[in-house]
Design a protein around this ligand. Sequence first.
Ligand SMILES: Nc1ncnc2c1ncn2[C@@H]1O[C@H](COP(=O)(O)OP(=O)(O)OP(=O)(O)O)[C@@H](O)[C@H]1O
Ligand SMILES: [Mg+2]
Length: 248
Amino acid sequence: MLKVENLHVSVENKEILRGVDLSVEPGEFHVIMGPNGSGKSTLALTIAGHPRYTVTGGRILFEGDEIHELGPDDRAKRGIFLAFQVPPEVGGVKIIEFLQQVLVELRGMDPVKAYDLIVEKAKELWFREEDLHRYINVGFSGGERKRLELLQALLVEPKLLILDEPDSGVDVDSLSVISRKIEELHRKGTAVLLITHYGRILGHLDPSTFRVHVMRSGKIVMNRGGEFVKEIEEKGFQAIFEECGCDE
Ligand SMILES: Nc1ncnc2c1ncn2[C@@H]1O[C@H](COP(=O)(O)OP(=O)(O)OP(=O)(O)O)[C@@H](O)[C@H]1O
Ligand SMILES: [Mg+2]
């Protein structure tokens, strides 16, 4: 479904991704780990179509079509959803109005039914109805923003869900609700690309059901089974890179 081939990406003429290969089939679960600054968010934002990132080489294919010429809105319509590492504030746009519009346009829902569905799903993620009448992320805490990203994903039910550190800055209870919701979407058939530093978010997921990719300096240098997350947490990246002889 998603095929990233020898992807090179620059920001302001600085090369950040230096030949990334990654392939995700429908319904699969992939985890991306790697040291700070290794290019994980850059990869996520490039797949989602952030205009700041320039593809200087290689290809991104989604369901067989090259997408790197498409804008982020067209990619979203095709079924790609990115939950940001740092969800931005969107002043002047109310959560409920935004989500209603998304459901009407993307899923052809009746606005009144959409409203009820949003309120129902929001409760599952601990938002009250009145929270939905606030502007997107304005004044929301870090953890609340992460839950709000998940709410959007739950409503959209994307084909590919890219989550950039959905576990950073969230408390234990929020972590548990977020990981349950990710698993719920995955069970419904959404393919997941999860960027994280910690294994905890993987909750009750069976390690045999996902792959772990490790990034270093703009490349994916390792591709292992799910149980490798534990090894990374125990040993740290430097020791692992020395063992595997993964050069820069
Ligand atoms: N707009 C930008 N201008 C300059 N450098 C940038 C820009 N965006 C990213 N970079 C650089 O690209 C590199 C990769 O950044 P990226 O955010 O992708 O890392 P990451 O793997 O997500 O790290 P973290 O684990 O800390 O989130 C970093 O060195 C970063 O400073
Ligand atoms: Mg990042």
